[in-house]
Design a protein around this ligand. Structure first.
Ligand SMILES: NC(=O)c1ccc[n+]([C@@H]2O[C@H](COP(=O)([O-])OP(=O)(O)OC[C@H]3O[C@@H](n4cnc5c(N)ncnc54)[C@H](O)[C@@H]3O)[C@@H](O)[C@H]2O)c1
Length: 694
């Protein structure tokens, strides 16, 4: 389909022996009668793209048969334009849960949602739903066939098989790119991906729960607001009027920045080298103005700043040029970050200064070594310019895209906090370290989300209203921000793809909201709903450069929390559980986990919500409390007290939208109480005396 972005070649580096192995691996999915025709195609894909995607197995544009029926193949549809997109749940085959998951898979591949739909990439440059189209088809087939007592096991997109389990087991257990320690590095992953045995699932791409850039708008909005409060002393009840935010990237997640800045009342200039991505966001109304003239961009910004109006400007060009302009013209920039895909900088995620978008792609294929050299040079220039602006008062933070790590690897060792390695962080904070960690995650607040499977906007409006009824805006500023967010969500036109919503909420809030939705489903007010969350949350991700960057007891290099979150959710009956390597920061740098739970209106699901949704948050709060994080200590202690007192969320009904908010726990009356292990305080002076004899 013309106009649809295609992934760059990922680099073909296999030996002749490995090439044969890669072909043999891919042909496992294909009946032998087709091997002669298919093998040369696969070989060409591998050589040209560094991957075998199996394009011929992508569903063809929908045709109509003589009988007027649509030609379909095991739930694998594309419309007349060749687009695959979420369809109302009733149009899928299979049990309810399997239909809901198919809807989510298709949403991840929608032309309007996915970054490179033909290469199965949803977002984050390399985040794939599956490795290839054969896997897509097979998974679809299994989902159509599965019963309520079977579990589909998926490993890096490959459906290992359908295994007998029981009603309360997950219907899908999914992993992406989990590697054995010694081989858990980008080079070995690249080889494994070429061989067709490893998928880079990012978070909700391979986790089948991406909801378009909206998912990230809310988090970016909260980050910007709180950066303003923290760094600029803006009061909690004010917005960012008169503040300029500068950044880069208008891709899958980064494209949320202008919109989030608009909602927060700020002025923003975001650099993007790929005009097609700017156009996508402009068509969606997510960025207001576009220019390739930096003088124009800054003069628009100055006028909007003076009038205290929000304004978002896309600068079509390289972010390093933007920084150079700011330094040369002594621009006043209060807040700044970077969202180029530096987790995959050498794979095309970062375009070096001096190269246009297309030229960068060509060089990546023609001379990967030279491309790498230019990336490093550009990163060194960029950090130097950022340093100059920081000295003039700009507050810069790393946006979890491995930007500072990439700068370090480009040879700028002084960017590390200890000047030697990156274990203790960097001289600029990560947004989680300063903002989202202490203010949200430690207190259990994170990006809860849901998809209305009817795809009816009226269902989304009903769930928005029910969610609002579960939030008391006067309880704390976090709840006020979240209440405002969901109150204005429809007005802000955030939906891209399926009818979905994101809403930051804490453990108690998420349980209440999920129970309210399930009650609406039970009473036939709305169709089925899938709840889930971003993996970028309280408990779901162990990542020292991001989600766990504010863990300071040395356990930031451990991945125990994420795996416990995953296993605990499986044990408690979530519909889908997924664990993936990498996420937004790159292979070997994070383990991230997520879930999906289909709300069918049953009391069975009420029970799963009570135990699983609460666990999904409190497991991480417990770990954060053990690391002595202040907000987590308070939240865990309150939870312990509520458990001991036997508090439970009673009288849950979406009818009036009113929920009791006093109870810190949603424990059902029949459940035995839980308890979180809390650390004893340690006297630092005493330790100093003993350890150093002072
Ligand atoms: N938004 C968030 O809250 C968030 C959170 C965590 C991590 N991230 C990270 O942010 C990064 C971006 O995510 P994404 O989904 O938007 O990826 P993406 O690849 O879709 O978008 C990145 C964009 O940056 C552009 N770009 C690359 N080099 C550039 C340069 N030198 N100047 C200007 N533009 C340039 C690319 O053309 C691309 O459109 C990833 O590393 C992701 O993991 C984002």
């Amino acid at each position: 389909m013309p106009g649809i972005r295609r992934a760059p070649g990922r680099g073909y580096t296999l030996s002749p022996r490995q090439t044969v192995l890669a072909l043999k691996n891919a042909l496992r999915y294909v009946p032998p009668a087709l091997h002669e025709a298919t093998a040369p195609e696969f070989l060409a894909e591998l050589r040209e793209r560094g991957r075998i995607y199996g394009y011929r197995f992508r569903p063809q544009p929908e045709t109509t048969t003589h009988a007027g029926d649509r030609a379909r193949d095991a739930g694998a549809w594309a419309d007349g334009d060749g687009n695959i997109k979420a369809r109302p749940i009733d149009e899928y085959g299979g049990i309810l849960e399997a239909r809901a998951l198919q809807l989510n898979i298709d949403n991840n591949l929608d032309f309007a949602v996915a970054l490179y739909p033909y290469e199965l990439v949803t977002y984050g440059e390399t985040g794939q739903v599956f490795q290839n189209w054969m896997q897509y088809r097979l998974v679809k087939q299994y989902l159509e066939q599965m019963t309520e007592t079977q579990t589909l096991v998926v490993a890096s997109g490959h459906p290992v098989g359908l295994f007998p389990t029981h009603r309360d087991a997950p219907r899908v257990i999914n992993t992406n790119g989990l590697m054995v320690g010694e081989f858990d590095n980008p080079a070995d992953f690249h080889e494994a991906a070429q061989l067709g045995v490893a998928n880079y699932g990012q978070m909700t791409a391979g986790g089948w729960m991406y909801i378009g850039p909206q998912g990230i708008v809310h988090g970016t909005y909260l980050t910007l607001l709180n950066a303003g409060r923290l760094y600029l002393g803006i009061p909690p009840d004010h917005d960012l009027a008169g503040v300029l935010y500068v950044s880069s990237g208008m891709g899958g997640m980064s494209g949320a920045q202008p919109k989030a800045a608009d909602i927060a009342g700020a002025v923003s200039i975001v650099a993007e080298v790929d005009l097609s991505r700017i156009e996508t966001r402009r068509e969606q109304g997510w960025v207001q103005r576009v220019t390739s003239d930096l003088g124009q961009a800054f003069s628009w910004a100055a006028a909007a700043r003076a009038a205290r109006n929000s304004l978002s400007v896309a600068y079509h060009g390289n972010v390093v040029d933007l920084w150079q302009y700011a330094v040369d013209h002594d621009a006043r920039i209060e807040l700044a970050s970077d969202q180029t895909s530096c987790h995959a900088a050498y794979e095309g995620g970062y375009v070096p200064q001096g190269l246009g978008f297309e030229a960068a792609r060509a060089l990546l294929v023609a001379d990967p070594g030279e491309f790498r050299r230019l990336v490093d040079k550009s990163l060194r220039t960029q950090i130097e310019l950022i340093g100059k602006m920081a000295a003039r008062g700009t507050h810069f933070w790393d946006y979890g895209n491995s930007f500072l790590k990439a700068v370090f690897e480009a040879g700028v060792y002084e960017v590390a906090a200890n000047g030697a390695d990156t274990k203790e962080g960097f001289v600029y904070p990560s947004y989680v370290e300063h903002i989202m960690g202490p203010l949200c995650f430690d207190r259990g607040y994170g990006p809860f989300r849901w998809v209305c499977c009817s795809l009816d906007p009226a269902d989304l409006a009903a769930t928005d209203a029910a969610a609002m009824g579960c939030i008391d805006p006067d309880r704390c500023w976090q709840d006020r921000d979240n209440f405002n967010w969901v109150r204005d969500a429809e007005k802000n036109r955030l939906v891209v793809g399926s009818q979905a919503r994101i809403l930051y909420s804490d453990a108690e809030g998420r349980v209440h909201i999920a129970l309210a939705f399930n009650d609406l489903v039970r009473r036939g007010k709305i169709g089925p709903v899938v709840i889930g969350r971003d993996h970028h949350d309280v408990s779901g991700t162990d990542s020292p450069y991001r989600e766990t960057s504010n863990i300071r007891d040395g356990s930031n290099v451990m991945a125990d929390m994420a795996f416990h979150c995953w296993a605990g959710n499986a044990a408690r009956g979530m519909t889908l559980v997924v664990a993936s390597n990498g996420g937004g920061v790159g292979i070997g740098r994070a383990i991230n986990t997520g879930f999906g739970l289909v709300l069918d209106g049953s009391e069975r699901v009420d029970a799963i919500i009570r135990s699983a949704v609460e666990w999904d948050v409190m497991g991480g709060v417990a770990r954060r409390a053990w690391a002595r994080n202040e907000g987590a200590l308070e939240t865990a202690a309150a939870w312990n007290a509520a458990q001991a007192a036997g508090d439970s969320a009673s009288g849950v009904s979406a009818a009036g939208g009113e929920f009791p908010r006093g109870a810190a726990s949603a424990r059902a009356a029949a459940q035995a109480p839980g308890h979180i292990t809390l650390p004893h305080p340690v006297d630092d002076e005493l330790l100093e005396e003993i350890a150093h004899g002072e």
